[in-house]
Design a protein around this ligand. Sequence first.
Ligand SMILES: Cc1cc2nc3c(=O)[nH]c(=O)nc-3n(C[C@H](O)[C@H](O)[C@H](O)COP(=O)(O)OP(=O)(O)OC[C@H]3O[C@@H](n4cnc5c(N)ncnc54)[C@H](O)[C@@H]3O)c2cc1C
Length: 485
Amino acid sequence: MAGLATGCYARLNGYDTLLLEQHERPGGVCASWRRGDYIFDYCLHHLAGTDPASPLHDVWQTLGALDDTPILNAESLVRIEGPEGQALELYRDLDRLQAQIEAMALQDRAAIRRYVDAARSLVGADIFSMGLAGPREMLRLATRLPTIIGSGRTSLKKLTEQFTEPFVRRALPHAQYNITGPEMPMLPNVMFLGALQRGDLGWPYGGSGAMAQRIADRYGELGGEIAYGAPVREILVEGDRARGVRMDDGTEHRADLVVSAADGHTTVYRMLAGRYTSPIIDDYYCFEAYPQEQAFGLTIYLGVNMDLAQEPRHLTLLYDEPLELWGGQRDSLYVETMAEDTGLAAPGKTVVKAVTTGAYDPWNELRTDDLDAYRAAKAEVAQAVAQRLDQRWPGLADHVEMHDVVTPVTVERYTGSFHGFQPWSAPSAGMRVMMQGLTRTLPGLEGFYHVGQWADAMIGLSNAAMSGRSLIRRLCRQERRRFVE
Ligand SMILES: Cc1cc2nc3c(=O)[nH]c(=O)nc-3n(C[C@H](O)[C@H](O)[C@H](O)COP(=O)(O)OP(=O)(O)OC[C@H]3O[C@@H](n4cnc5c(N)ncnc54)[C@H](O)[C@@H]3O)c2cc1C
């Protein structure tokens, strides 16, 4: 996404560009692929900037990401279901959300109010497009600072302790994509609820791959060149200035500027052999800092010959009896259902996608040692998930027509991304990294820029797109040229 956005804005501003993409198609982790009557979508859950009033919407329009694509707005962020049929649904209508929790736990009225009011106060503050904010928007955001700081410092777990109702206490820590743990702050959750109420964070029909392709098409219309199946091995440096790249096959491309949108570890330590780094960058990528496993590390897809169009789109299922999966037990699963209306399934059929934590090392060792055993383990995981979801949708296991499982090793193979991971929090200089990014430029190296989630140590399609935009804006400023967008 960052590479494509950089390319589009560069072309709009008169730069000659060549995008080199190692994979056979555009999008990086913003990917989907067909399996029979189903499209399995890896990335998109919610897209910031689908609201036409959001400044991010203009970025997506410039990139041709949305065009006239229908946007689906789900009723709720997630419905969390307990083993005994209890449910807590985080509606995007905040009054409805408040009424629902009050009906479950009137004694917790004060805590409910604090939670829902935090989300309400962010309805009018579009934090997702902060990177585009002018003085007026910054002022508006500043008035929300107490909520932003307060909910940034409060963990979802701490929020939960304010409630007495047992199921609310059990469910709330799972409120944000089922990413649990004592450190998970409440801020993303109230930001998402506020944005959903505002009409943002929709889902473009057709999903991730279709959106990435539209942007690649836009880049082509702007006269940009792109080469697929083109892995870069090395960034060519002469006199501490990037001069081009050398490809895996040994061919070279010379350029005035080199922009990497690839992962930071590969860019800094392989393409540039670790010659331009800093203690903050080294701290970030050192063994002690990076996670051994991540939320969203394991994705299980089931193509099911059942129409689940009336089912909640986003679900978290909590279990008393843990689900046994290769690599350990799970006490919950985050599940999405995508029927015909999403553009991902044929009429009467549904893609069911389950997401849980996944570790890199064990999957990598298994695949390296024994490819057949790796494939068998993935099939076992798909089967175990299908059996468990059969309890929620009786008959499901017998109606699975296609399945697929994505491990961190899969992601590494398809995107080159370090251990198939997403960026993690910076272990040192956290505030500096948040404000200035991690590797947007490298100390001592001229003519080189890094864009995307690894440059900023920050995930999000909109962040990746904004990162490309802001680089070209910066170059235009340096050359005292008007920035075209
Ligand atoms: C499971 C999952 C769900 C997500 N859900 C959402 C969501 O709902 N909403 C949202 O906004 N964000 C979401 N994100 C985050 C978002 O997808 C990413 O932050 C964003 O797509 C990152 O884009 P990028 O361009 O920075 O990196 P990447 O997508 O990793 O792009 C890097 C590109 O560089 C290429 N490359 C790497 N090495 C080389 C090389 N040597 N030579 C040539 N090419 C190379 C790769 O093939 C790839 O195309 C999700 C992420 C994941 C993993």
